[in-house]
Design a protein around this ligand. Structure first.
Ligand code: C2G
Length: 447
């Protein structure tokens, strides 16, 4: 009996998949089909898969070509499967030509013709629709957004806004965008959604005007500078039936999300202390060091460090206080203490003082250690008194990591979802409220 094996995601199963499975089956007597697990797809950067693994397995079975369906969950599994099942032929579509030649050591490798004109990517784009995105601002983060948005289905960045016409034009030319604007209303008229990546003090106004115009808004951090502003914008989004999401990058990255759910599941017992530190040294002249532009380390790095505390200990803190080292009117270093009835937390932020940028979550059974840069979470360790129980966890963190928040934003738009469990509105308002207290100089001591 000649055994054939083939693999795939088989998302939104289509004629191309069916043809491939038929041709694979025709190569032998018995066909094994490996369907990727959801987590394996995420690990290999496929973030947009629509059907879950159960649906995809069912779809493959329904074609009638598979004699056996297995789940593919790790790199290298193909070699194991070929040996375990005594496979004679490995078959895969010609889009993979050459890439599986290494399997020739174990069985015959056959590249089958791919069906032209159809793909899961095309079907997903149809299902998600096409959302025209505009970027507000042309700075460092705006530049990173464009390549990141290209890997998310349903997103097409078409325009850019900057009050300086030449600046907007240069940005559009560099990234091949359709249009550039120095008139904000005209810019809004050209898009469905905006990514606000302008200086801190302008976030509120740009977001408000976009929401008023019925545009979805993904707003960079710090989102806004007061709890009232945050509440007002969320209410405005509701009234106009559009999505508003704070672009808290770390909250959306796979490693950080797993860390939160593991801690919440009790792997380190009750959480008693969270320490998050983030520093990036900057040199003048730069916005971060300008008091007139809401500069300072806590405005820069408070949103992510506070986010980690709020995600792990909740929104019901009992007190907050800060100590800052100042230079020319901005804090170049701040340590914030956040008290909870049964826990403590601290955030340490620096733009002129270098700190060890790690995250440590201590509990009654053990602790989680995330080395610097914890905010690009791709790795963490769970440690215990009994070191033999320690475990290391690794996760994907692709590109600049903005793709994860962009994907969630699009999913909210497509599914008409107003809130994200990754960073709820309530959590976002509480972060804004803590930053507001700092700006009002409540509970702040200078040193
Ligand atoms: N395919 C095809 N014609 C299409 C689309 C896909 O012949 N128009 C084939 C692919 O070449 C592949 C199979 O259908 O052999 C499954 O495709 P996907 O679901 O896109 O899976 P893929 O990402 O190619 O995973 O370990 C997973 C494998 O490496 C392949």
């Amino acid at each position: 009996m000649k055994k054939v094996i083939t693999y795939g995601t088989y998302d939104l199963l289509h004629q191309g998949h069916i043809n491939l499975l038929r041709r694979a089956k025709e190569l032998g007597d018995y066909l094994i089909v490996g369907v990727t697990s959801d987590s394996f797809d995420r690990r290999r950067g496929k973030l947009n898969v629509k059907n879950n693994v159960l649906e995809r397995v069912e779809a493959v079975k329904a074609t009638g070509f598979a004699d056996k369906v297995i789940i593919e969950d790790y790199v290298g599994q193909k070699i194991d499967d070929i040996q375990r099942y005594g496979v004679d032929i490995f078959a895969i579509g010609s889009d993979w030509e050459g890439q599986f030649d290494y399997l020739n050591e174990y069985c015959k490798v056959v590249y089958l013709p791919r069906t032209e004109g159809i793909s899961s990517t095309l079907l997903r784009a149809e299902a998600d629709g096409r959302h025209r995105f505009g970027v507000v601002g042309t700075g460092r983060i705006a530049r990173r957004f464009i390549p990141e948005s290209r890997v998310v289905s349903g997103v097409e960045v078409t325009s850019v806004y900057h009050p300086d016409k030449a600046d907007a034009e240069a940005f559009a030319a560099e990234f091949g965008l359709e249009s550039s604007f120095d008139d904000y209303d005209a810019f809004l008229a050209s898009v469905d959604a905006v990514y606000v990546a302008s200086p801190h003090l302008t976030h509120y106004n740009y977001s408000r005007r976009a929401l008023e115009a019925g545009r979805h808004v993904l707003c960079e951090i710090p989102f806004v500078l007061s709890a009232d502003e945050a509440r007002e914008l969320y209410a405005l989004a509701d009234r106009n039936g559009v999505v508003l999401l704070e672009a808290s990058k770390t909250a959306h990255c796979p490693g950080f999300m797993r860390l939160v759910t593991m801690v919440k599941s009790g792997v380190i017992g009750d959480v008693v202390d969270v320490r998050a530190s983030l520093s990036k040294m900057v040199k003048p002249p730069i916005r971060e060091l300008d008091a007139q532009q809401a500069g300072g380390s806590i405005m820069e790095h408070g949103p992510l460090t506070l986010m980690s505390v709020i995600k792990l200990l909740g929104v019901n803190y009992s007190a907050v206080s800060f100590r800052s080292r100042m230079q020319d009117g901005v804090d170049i270093f701040t340590k914030g203490e956040i008290e909870y009835p049964h826990a403590t937390a601290s955030v340490t932020t620096g733009i002129g003082v270098k700190t060890e940028g790690n995250l440590v979550v201590s509990g009654t059974l053990g602790y989680v250690y995330v080395p610097a840069p914890w905010w690009l979470t791709d790795y963490f360790e769970v440690r215990y008194e009994d070191q033999t129980r320690n475990k290391k966890y690794f996760y994907g963190y692709d590109g600049d990591g903005l793709r994860y928040e962009i994907q969630e934003f699009v999913s909210m738009i497509v599914n008409g979802r107003q809130d994200s469990f990754r960073l709820t509105r309530n959590e976002s308002v509480v972060i804004a409220s803590i930053l507001e207290q700092y700006r009002r100089h409540d509970h702040v001591t200078e040193m």
